[in-house]
Design a protein around this ligand. Structure first.
Ligand SMILES: Cc1ncc(COP(=O)(O)O)c(C=O)c1O
Length: 375
């Protein structure tokens, strides 16, 4: 059994994926070309944004977003305490300070109350300029964008939507990647929409922003091309082969994969709700369950379930074992009075089970039985 079974997905989509790969190989176009253009068009349409600019991975997408907004030394970037390190290491590399916020105890996303408290602490201290909020749709579950946007507007902060885990999810009828002044995603193979290597994308509505971001992606190219460098940029592009692979995968995600994820999550929820805290998804939201995470009643129970599953060769993971504020890389970031109680508690009790849209009912039952047996 696989934690995320990419091979079964490939076998299901084999003829479409193989034929796209052969189109690219026959054309001999390995960078750029019609497939990248077509993918960008379809991605932008799917999420409901004017522009999509693909790039090499989700970390680059965030780095480029921070470059576009000129985030740097003296700036505070507010971020949830439960995420992958990419969310703010990419602003820290330009000298910005990461100010972490506690999470909501039900969605595990950034807590708007903690966010506002941290913004006010930064203002009161007077050393840093509040610059941006990076909102991460953790485990594929959308943030409360109305509340976060209201806070960003109140304090004049840029809203960066890190939708690396939530491609295909939605909030109040709108798709993730359509919120925020800028949104980023990742096509890492295990993500809800993954390619066969690394890939990422940036989404904006503003024409001028899109042109500048395209320029940053290609060494800061100017109007006369890539030898007319007008700003500092990077080399960050999605390979043509990856774009071609993503086209049929995007169709599968839209046609049935998001629905399958809902069905499997419902079955897991029913099986586990009496013994664990099961994922909470607001009634206005659709999660893509990039990970299906349970919260055990105690850290000891979580650890014993992990041990039992591991002994039975059932893959399992902990996303994440350590909150961002406690990572060595962030040891010098200010916490102010925040104790991160919800984030610490989440890390102590969380565990993720095998989850993907091709998980058979039989496999689901094996996993359910093994988890319940562990109790
Ligand atoms: C929340 C979040 N942001 C950013 C990234 C970075 O994406 P990539 O691995 O494509 O660089 C990830 C990847 O795991 C992620 O989970």
């Amino acid at each position: 059994m696989q934690f995320i079974d990419l091979k079964t997905q490939y076998m299901t989509l084999k003829s479409e994926i193989d034929s796209k790969i052969h189109e690219v190989l026959d054309a001999g176009t390995y960078i750029g070309g019609a497939w990248v253009k077509e993918l960008e068009k379809q991605l932008a349409e799917f999420v409901g944004r004017k522009h999509c600019i693909t790039c090499a991975n989700g970390t680059d997408a965030l780095q480029i977003a921070y470059m576009y907004y000129g985030v740097g030394k003296g700036d505070a970037v507010f971020c949830t305490d439960i995420t992958f390190v990419s969310s703010t290491e990419t602003s820290k590399m330009f000298g910005a300070t990461s100010v972490f916020c506690d999470i909501q105890p039900n969605t595990y996303n950034i807590c708007p109350v903690s966010l506002e408290k941290q913004i006010n602490a930064v203002i009161k201290e007077g050393k840093l300029t509040p610059k941006a909020v990076v909102a991460v749709d953790i485990l594929g579950n959308p943030c409360d964008y109305d509340k976060i946007k209201e806070i960003c507007d109140k304090y004049n902060l840029v809203l960066i939507e890190d939708a690396a885990q939530s491609f295909g999810a939605s909030y109040k009828g709108k798709k993730c990647c359509s919120f925020g002044d800028i949104a980023t995603t990742s096509f890492f193979p295990a993500k809800p929409l993954g390619c066969y290597g690394d890939g990422g994308a940036i989404f904006v509505d503003d024409d001028e922003a899109a042109a500048i971001i395209r320029s940053i992606c290609v060494h800061g190219k100017g109007p006369r091309g890539k030898y007319d460098n007008v700003r500092v940029g990077v080399n960050s592009r999605l390979d043509t082969l990856q774009a071609a692979i993503l086209l049929p995968k995007l169709k599968a995600l839209a046609d049935y994969e998001v629905d399958n994820r809902q069905k499997i999550a419902k079955r897991y929820n029913e099986a586990f709700k009496e013994h664990f805290t099961v994922p909470f998804v607001d009634k206005d939201c659709v999660s893509v369950y990039a990970q299906y995470a349970l919260l055990a009643k105690t850290n000891e129970i979580r650890n014993s379930v992990v041990e039992h599953l591991t002994n039975k060769n059932i893959p399992n993971m902990i996303y994440y074992p350590c909150p961002q504020h406690a990572l060595p890389v962030f040891k010098d970031e200010p916490h102010f009075d925040e104790k991160f109680e919800n984030a610490n508690d989440y890390c102590a009790r969380t565990l993720s089970l095998p989850f993907h849209p091709y998980l058979t009912e039989e496999e689901q039952q094996i996993i359910i039985d093994a988890v319940l047996e562990a109790l």
